[in-house]
Design a binder for this molecule. Structure first.
Ligand code: HEM
Length: 502
């Protein structure tokens, strides 16, 4: 209360998210428990461009703040939340120190570079073939014209789960040459080792998701987080999440160890791990083991969760907007050679299709997989944000969802309108597209994500028809650090294209 009234950082001039936000992070923790932080912030920012969401935290809703907070020349750094959730070593996404970040980014950018996409394409094609093999087995009879409700036993695919098996298998192969085999198994069971050498089996997705969920619920009072994280385990609701989080801890260690053994045995493999070990001239980077494990961890996490969400979202939007689906199919059918027997469409065929890209970007706009306010700390000397001085040490952030639902920039912001991304007008919107964040800390994996999204989506839309349980069916959404989706049961059947008939 004393600090609130002394107001050394001059934050009392900003409207509070809740009457208690100026003195406590509890209101924001409560908001986090609703599983819809960013959705709520969209509503609040309709009235206020800047909102105080905690004693030391500001949320921005005005697009002019994007450059100041995230732009290439910003003096802001990632804030303490990244430090307190980090493991023993930082990885590319949670390292704060600018020099250390540049060093890491340089090591990895060789692997993530656009020109390397051809290297990874066969790995993505292989996973697409496996997914198609499964979907072929799940095909049902066509939905009779006029039928709107699909009987339960005809909903043979959980599209959400399969896109996640796809991205996990893909990134394990691209990153570690590891055959995870989730698309073959039809589940995400993985066997790992504890530090004492004993084995345990777990499901990868719940382990990964519950870890992030617990953090997203409890992290907000930064100075208390470590304690709250431990103590909360006595409450079964959090205890179960804590147990899953411990299961996750063993997974990157196990995957890094498997790949390390192959490296030690002299195998030269085309993957990220190789780039982590040596530069192009064969000089060793000599990273510590903890850093290698941390990089494997973020690779498996950031490299799978978001793209899987994006792919489920885009199919959902297309099924809910049949005229958009028809237009996209027309573009794809025109571009894809009818005589091509391979059900997997090549990246070269689809990478420049404007409407396909517009459909993907519009879905990322409407439902950004990472809508979270990505918090940044104002440098000690303070900073001007939207021509307003903000004191050093304050955490500031802007949710991609808030940016994307701004009617002044994206008219009909709640509607799925891919056309807005076409031509010059579409280019002009790019500075307000925050799905991959922006600036020096923007996503390093976006090219890989587009490779996976374009190849998979083009291939399955060419081959199959899909139907949701009913036209007004809605998916469950839960905001943790990402915007996690519930199941997406769909009916699938082969498209009636003469060349596609077996
Ligand atoms: C639709 C897919 C994706 C979305 C929406 C997405 C979104 C983001 C966002 C918002 C950030 C900034 C995070 C922050 O500031 O804390 C980020 C960073 C990052 N992403 Fe992605 N991402 C996607 C795909 C990928 C893929 C496929 C990979 C890996 C293959 C990847 C790896 C990373 C890494 C390593 C960072 C940290 C970069 C740095 O700080 O230098 N992402 N991503």
């Amino acid at each position: 209360m004393v600090v609130y009234f002394r107001d050394p950082k001059g934050l009392r001039k900003f409207p509070n998210m809740s009457p208690l936000s100026g003195i406590s992070n509890i209101p924001f923790m409560m908001l986090a428990h609703s599983g819809a932080r960013s959705t709520q912030l969209v509503e609040l920012h309709k009235k206020h461009p800047v909102i105080r969401t905690g004693p030391n935290t500001l949320s921005y809703g005005d697009a002019r703040a994007i450059k100041d907070i995230y732009g290439h020349n910003t003096k802001c750094t990632k804030d303490t939340s990244y430090v307190i959730t980090a493991g023993s070593h930082y990885h590319l996404a949670d390292v704060i120190d600018k020099q250390d970040h540049s060093r890491k980014r340089k090591v990895l950018s060789a692997a993530y570079a656009l020109k390397n996409l051809e290297l990874w394409e066969h790995k993505v094609a292989d996973k697409t073939t496996k997914l198609i093999r499964h979907f072929d087995q799940c095909c049902t009879a066509p939905l009779p014209a006029g039928s709107k409700i699909v009987p339960k036993d005809e909903l043979t695919v959980d599209f959400r789960a399969w896109t996640n098996f796809f991205t996990l298998d893909a990134i394990a192969d691209i990153g570690l040459s590891e055959p995870l085999g989730f698309l073959d198994q039809g589940n995400d069971h993985i066997v790992c080792k504890r530090p004492d050498g004993s084995e345990y089996e777990c499901e990868l997705r719940p382990a990964l998701y519950q870890n992030a969920r617990k953090q997203s619920l409890l992290v907000w009072p930064y100075q208390w987080y470590k304690l709250i994280d431990k103590v909360s385990n006595v409450i079964p609701f959090y205890g179960r999440m804590g147990q899953r989080a411990r299961e996750w801890d063993g997974i990157p260690v196990e995957l890094a160890s498997r790949r390390w053994k192959r490296y030690q045995a002299g195998e030269k493999l085309d993957d990220f791990f190789q780039a982590l070990m040596e530069n192009k001239n064969g000089q060793a980077h000599a990273l510590e083991w903890g850093e290698i494990v941390a990089e494997v961890s973020i690779m498996m996490n950031a490299g799978s969760v978001t793209t899987a969400i994006a792919m489920a979202n885009v199919l959902l939007q297309l099924l809910k907007n049949p005229s958009v689906m028809a237009k996209l199919r027309a573009e794809l059918d025109h571009a894809i050679d009818d005589d091509d027997e391979d059900p997997v469409v090549s990246y070269d065929t689809v990478k420049h299709l404007p409407y396909l890209r517009a459909c993907l970007d519009e879905s990322l706009r409407l439902f950004p997989p990472t809508p979270h306010n990505l918090p940044r700390e104002v440098p000690s000397e303070g900073l001007s944000i939207m021509d307003d001085y903000i004191s050093g040490g304050v955490s500031v952030g802007m949710s991609a969802l808030v940016a994307h639902r701004n009617e002044a920039i994206f008219p009909q912001a709640d509607k799925y309108v891919p056309e807005r991304w076409l031509g010059e007008e579409g280019k002009n919107l790019q500075p307000y597209f925050l799905a991959f964040s922006a600036g020096a800390r923007g996503c390093i994996g976006r090219n890989i994500s587009y490779l996976e999204q374009t190849v998979l989506l083009a291939s399955i839309l060419r081959r199959y028809e899909f139907a949701l349980p009913s036209p007004d069916w809605e998916i469950e959404r839960l905001e943790t650090m990402n915007w996690i989706l519930g199941e997406m049961p769909v009916k699938v059947w082969r498209r009636q294209l003469s060349k596609l008939e077996p």
